[in-house]
Design a protein around this ligand. Structure first.
Ligand SMILES: Cc1cc2nc3c(=O)[nH]c(=O)nc-3n(C[C@H](O)[C@H](O)[C@H](O)COP(=O)(O)OP(=O)(O)OC[C@H]3O[C@@H](n4cnc5c(N)ncnc54)[C@H](O)[C@@H]3O)c2cc1C
Ligand code: FES
Length: 355
């Protein structure tokens, strides 16, 4: 272990990489898949789990930059390229920029894959409940369970009508290929009206022993969660992916002011991937900023307290989070904190990214 080092402004460890677009596929009139090539030297950095997402830098003149997250619709179990699938949001900046500008031969700057919306075991049976562009991570999970595992997959998929259904043709071929392990119930608003909690409960009642994954617009997700509760799936077996736009710029440089001579810094001991460092931690500096400014390769994505990519366990001492929109009570009881939002309370703190 080294002796405590002082924080200074230096070039941060960057998880950002430029990837080439090799193909653009129109999925519906307002959604497209963007296929990204991963060069060999980046293969390990871009290894991912089904259900994870990329964060994409969107060019803008706006001060503060623009970045948006997009779930990977590809499966790490048989596809070598990365695929994100973007649906235009009316009046939205990032989704329309991507749909208007992404082209083969162009590039996107992205952060390495992130996220916890991923099955613990591909041999478990999974219940996927999605609407609209919420299908994207569910598609990655479905393909991965069917090809990389032995679980059964049931998908309930709500859309306005067949024309607006992303991956409609691909789902039909998956049904033909896995007739005993895969089933889909399409819920078209044009035929059945908007989904209701009662209707979803009836549709899902046979699946109380499955691990559930829910993704879609906020009103649909609250109906689906209510239905899953009524069906009797325990909260610990329901994973939810909330779509929202990032407000800040996770691609921006990290600048950490050196502590003044009379500042009483805390000391933090940090472990990740078997490596341990001890650093002087200025009281108002967020832990992730400190780590990146010191060249320590800590995980992150949003840097806004929303995605939990930077979660780590406080093994001794006390920290406070300036914002937390993602960790739930059980996580906090287990000692988790968000490095991107944590500042020290006690003088000595130890955190572990490996636990
Ligand atoms: C983990 C994760 C995974 C995701 N995966 C996907 C995916 O696979 N596919 C996908 O399509 N999306 C996905 N999203 C959502 C995506 O990141 C964007 O939020 C989405 O594309 C909308 O971004 P936008 O820039 O087009 O819209 P924004 O510009 O963010 O606008 C969103 C809405 O706000 C309104 N708005 C914008 N600016 C203002 C303003 N100043 N005042 C009032 N209203 C305003 C717009 O009119 C629009 O209705 C994901 C999000 C997360 C967090
Ligand atoms: S990086 Fe997203 S919560 Fe910290």
């Amino acid at each position: 272990m080294s002796s405590p080092r002082s924080a200074v402004a230096t070039a941060p460890v960057s998880h950002a990489h430029e990837l080439e677009i090799v193909e653009v596929v129109a999925e519906t009139p307002d959604a497209m898949s963007i296929v990204l090539d991963v060069p060999e030297y980046l293969e390990s950095a871009f290894r991912y789990h089904p259900g994870q997402f990329l964060t994409v830098k969107i060019p803008t003149d706006r001060p503060g930059g623009a970045a948006r997250s997009y779930s990977l619709s590809s499966s790490p179990h048989f596809e070598t390229d990365l695929v994100i699938t973007v649906k235009r949001t009316p009046g939205g900046y990032g989704s329309n920029w991507l749909c208007d500008n992404a082209h083969p031969g162009g590039t996107l700057t992205v952060l390495t894959p992130s996220g916890h919306f991923t099955p613990a075991d591909l041999d478990n049976d999974v219940l996927l409940v999605g609407a609209g562009s919420g299908i994207t991570p569910l598609m990655s999970i479905a393909k991965s369970v069917l090809i990389g595992g032995s679980g059964t997959v049931y998908l309930l998929y709500a859309n306005r009508d067949p024309r607006s259904t992303i991956f409609g043709r691909e789902l039909t071929s998956m049904l033909a290929e896995f007739p005993t392990r895969f089933a889909v119930e399409h819920w078209f608003e044009s035929e059945r009206g908007r989904p209701t909690a009662d209707g979803l409960t009836r549709a899902l009642e046979l699946f109380s022993a499955y691990d559930a994954f829910v993704c879609g617009p906020a009103p649909f997700m609250s109906l689906a969660r209510e239905a899953l509760r009524r069906v009797g799936i325990p909260a610990g077996h329901i994973a939810v992916e909330k779509y929202r736009s990032l407000e800040g710029d996770p691609f921006a440089d990290v600048v950490v002011a050196p502590p003044s001579a009379d500042e009483h810094t805390a000391t933090v001991t940090v472990t990740r991937a078997g490596q341990t460092v001890e650093l002087a931690w200025p009281r108002t500096t967020k832990l992730l900023d400190l780590l990146l400014s010191q060249g320590f390769d800590a995980p992150y994505s949003c840097r806004e307290g929303e995605c939990s990519s930077c979660a780590c366990t406080v093994t001794s001492g006390e920290v406070k989070m300036l914002k937390n929109d993602t960790l739930v009570d059980a996580d906090l009881r287990a000692g988790l904190t968000l490095a991107c939002q944590a500042v020290p309370i006690s003088s000595e703190v130890s955190v572990d990214f490996d636990q």
